[in-house]
Write a protein that binds this ligand. Structure first.
Ligand SMILES: [Fe+2]
Ligand SMILES: [Fe+2]
Length: 135
C-alpha cells in the first residue's frame, strides 16, 4: 500500500474544493507511516482526529456551497456524506479497543472512499459551479 498522489483527474475545477480535497488526502497520507510502523496510541489518535475533523469540515463547507448555489445533485451528496460519517463513526468506536486492526482498515477505507467520491460524485458539480463563477 502506498500514499495517495494527487492527480489532475481528481480536480473538480472549483479551486476552494480542490484545495480542501488536496489537504484531506495529505492528512490521510499521514496515516500511512502510522500503519506501516505500528505507532503508539497517542500518535494514532492525533492523526485520526485530524483526518476526521477536517473531513467533517470539508463535507459541511461543500454542502453549504452546493446549497447556496441550488445545485440539483445536493441530495445525492448529502446521502453519500451521511453514509461516510456513519462508517467513520463506527470505525472511531472500535479504534480504542483494537487500533492495530482498525487503523489499517480505516486508512484503506478513507483512501478508497475519498478518491471514488471525488471522482464519481464531486466532479459532477464542477461544470455547474464553474458556470456560476464559483471558485
Ligand atoms: Fe462530496
Ligand atoms: Fe468533496
Amino acid at each position: 500500500m502506498q500514499i495517495v498522489k494527487w492527480r489532475e483527474s481528481y480536480e473538480t475545477g472549483v479551486a476552494s474544493m480542490d484545495n480542501q480535497h488536496k489537504t484531506l488526502l495529505d492528512l490521510i497520507n499521514q496515516l500511512y507511516p502510522i500503519v506501516r510502523d505500528h505507532r503508539g496510541q497517542e500518535e494514532i489518535s492525533k492523526i485520526v482526529d485530524a483526518c476526521l475533523s477536517y473531513a467533517k469540515k470539508h463535507l459541511g463547507d461543500e454542502e453549504q456551497l452546493l446549497l447556496d448555489n441550488n445545485f440539483p445533485g445536493l441530495q445525492e451528496q448529502l446521502d453519500h456524506h451521511a453514509q461516510f460519517t456513519e462508517t467513520v463513526n463506527t470505525f472511531a468506536k472500535q479504534l480504542t479497543d483494537s487500533p492495530d486492526t482498525v487503523v489499517p482498515e480505516l486508512y484503506a477505507y478513507l483512501r478508497t472512499w475519498w478518491i471514488s467520491h471525488i471522482v464519481g460524485i464531486d466532479k459532477k458539480y464542477g461544470p455547474y459551479l464553474q458556470e456560476k463563477g464559483v471558485k
